[in-house]
Design a binder for this molecule. Structure first.
Ligand SMILES: NC(=O)C1=CN([C@@H]2O[C@H](COP(=O)(O)OP(=O)(O)OC[C@H]3O[C@@H](n4cnc5c(N)ncnc54)[C@H](OP(=O)(O)O)[C@@H]3O)[C@@H](O)[C@H]2O)[C@@H](O)CC1
Ligand SMILES: Nc1ncnc2c1ncn2[C@@H]1O[C@H](COP(=O)(O)OP(=O)(O)O)[C@@H](O)[C@H]1O
Ligand SMILES: [K+]
Length: 502
């Protein structure tokens, strides 16, 4: 099982507010102290960053997000860094903690390094600013940006200055990652007490810059209801599998894949699994395709079924396929390039209930599964489904139109069906049978070329064959591909191809 630590927890705005509320009401820790810790932590990160800090402009809302910005201003002031503060909703209705922080800031300013503007209109622009602090809106955002907030966001994005956002870039929806009219394009986002899930959904990854987690003293038990986490590369073993005593001891993957015109998908998946150091990858294929694989896959064991004229799977192949699977312990990867012939769909839907093995179902394997309304996973076996957005939608009554909807659907579907889903996209989402979801935190667009899905399925299958839990298998598959991508990007200039991720 994956084991996320606190910096990997992802919260919705309401979960976040609930944790704030309970901490303040039940532990006696007050909101002002929490704000102080948040702002101090952000100020330390800024002082340690490569941003030139001599005079900042602080865009402040009237809520606690503005209060965080004022704490930052006070700590930077102690380092002789001047501040121009602009209050987008004036200073008459500041939240109590923000009001107290404005007063404190003014008391600390004995060398008159602070200027305060009560509205956006009155701001006099100068050339002296070298960074922008976005303390306009955090989890309190409730609609598209109103009033001068819109103008201030556009202005900040037009400046050639680094921008650091308090908690969330203003204008980004904390739960969905959607843009609410306009949104700050931050270079840094300081996530207070927990990252908000919208930072990683939809437009979030393109708005936040580097997200830095700033710990707040919330009791861990209050965070226990969190069910969404960020995947972390450190969770993946970078070591190749050690060879076993004999080949079948290091894991066996049966690959049921390929059809005429789609043999490339089967080959990519087979090579990808093999590269993970398995003892054996056994490609089960229609006999007519054997000559192609003999040439293309010398290291892979091939087991042909049916007749020489067969170039796709048919229901008649079922007894032979089941016999082959009896030979050794191992996991199954079903689907890459298997095609959508009616006979193949019938073969898959008869095969699946009789297949007791842990199984990854990918590509047209999913297409077949979605045709079969009453499907059920055999007891005791573990399934991983690896749909791209179109394949995922076939399991849903309604079109899946946003990442937040996808996250919700993946969570419900995987827990209701007691299986693991690897939903491909940006972000990739792993949904587990216990209703937890794990999100990728890197640019998955490099993988959006035909064939990357086959490579990914091969790696997920290889991990499952080596006895990893299904959620860990998905994480390993994704992150090993990411590691190959990083290596490729540092060593080559052109666009990577799927085979570069093997
Ligand atoms: N509490 C804690 O323990 C801690 C909280 N912390 C910090 O507090 C932040 C949450 O603070 P918050 O709840 O005060 O909300 P916040 O985001 O500042 O905005 C609220 C105001 O915005 C306004 N408004 C809303 N939508 C708008 C729109 N579309 N366009 C324009 N205006 C809009 C709305 O005013 P209205 O216009 O409705 O009168 C409302 O009053 C959190 O993200 C973190 O940074 C940290 O200090 C750590 C401890
Ligand atoms: N290592 C990886 N990390 C994150 N996402 C990945 C990785 N490998 C593949 N993907 C996802 O898989 C998608 C490709 O799968 P898919 O669309 O099924 O392609 P195909 O079946 O043509 O190979 C990519 O767009 C990306 O979302
Ligand atoms: K903000």
């Amino acid at each position: 099982m994956l084991n996320a630590t606190l910096p990997h927890y992802l919260f919705t705005a309401s979960q976040s507010r609930e944790i704030d509320r309970r901490t303040i009401e039940e532990t006696g820790m007050d909101g002002f102290t929490l704000m102080e810790i948040a702002g101090l932590s952000a100020a330390k990160h800024l002082l340690g960053s490569d941003i030139n800090l001599s005079h900042g402009v602080y865009l402040c809302g009237k809520g606690n997000n503005g209060g965080d910005a004022m704490v930052v201003a006070r700590y930077l002031l102690q380092n002789e860094i001047a501040a121009t503060l602009v209050f987008l909703s004036g200073t008459d209705n500041l939240s109590p903690d923000a009001q107290r922080n404005l007063e404190l800031l003014q008391q600390f300013d004995d060398h008159h390094r602070i200027e305060v503007y009560e509205s956006w209109d009155t701001l006099e622009q100068t050339e002296h600013w070298d960074f922008i602090i976005d303390g306009m809106l955090g989890t309190g955002l409730d609609s598209n940006l109103r009033g001068d907030y819109l103008e201030a966001v556009h202005w900040a994005n037009e400046q050639d200055l680094p921008v650091a956002s308090m908690d969330i870039p203003t204008g980004l929806h904390a739960d969905t990652g959607q843009l609410m009219g306009a949104c700050i394009e931050a270079d840094y986002t300081f996530a207070f007490g927990g990252r908000k899930q919208g930072l990683y959904l939809e437009e979030g990854p393109f708005q936040t810059g580097s997200v830095l987690y700033c710990e707040l003293p919330f009791p861990n038990s209050y965070k226990a209801r969190c069910d969404t986490f960020l995947l972390d590369e450190s969770w993946v073993s970078l070591e190749q599998a050690r060879p076993g005593r004999h080949k079948y001891a290091s894991g066996v993957l049966y690959l049921i894949a390929g059809s005429e015109g789609l043999t490339g998908a089967a080959m990519l998946a087979a090579r990808s699994a093999w590269a993970e150091g398995l003892g054996a990858v056994i490609l089960v294929c229609p006999r007519g395709l054997l000559p192609v694989y003999e040439i293309g896959l010398p290291s892979i064991i091939k087991k042909a079924v049916g007749n020489k004229s067969d170039d796709f799977f048919k229901p008649d192949h079922l007894p032979e396929v089941l016999d082959i699977l009896e030979e050794k312990e191992g996991a199954v990867l079903l689907g890459p390039g298997i095609g959508r012939q009616d006979d193949t769909v019938a073969f898959i839907n008869r095969f699946l209930p009789r297949n007791p093995r842990n199984t990854v179902i990918d590509a047209d394997g999913l297409w077949a599964l979605a045709q079969w309304e009453q499907w059920e996973k055999p007891r005791g076996s573990q399934w991983i489904l690896t749909p791209h957005p179109g394949e995922l939608s076939r399991f849903s009554d309604k079109p899946i139109k946003s990442d937040a909807h996808r996250l919700h659907f993946v969570r419900n579907f995987s827990s209701r069906r007691q299986l693991t889903i690897l939903s491909k996209g940006m972000p990739g989402i792993i949904g587990t049978s216990s209703g937890e979801c794990y999100l990728t935190n890197y640019d998955t667009r490099y993988f959006s070329r035909a064939g990357s899905g086959d490579v990914l399925a091969g790696k997920v299958g290889a991990s499952l064959a080596r006895g990893r839990a299904p959620d860990a298998s998905c994480a390993e598959g994704l992150l090993r591909g990411k590691k190959k991508l990083d290596h490729y990007l540092t060593n080559a200039d052109d666009l990577p191809e799927p085979r570069d991720f093997i």
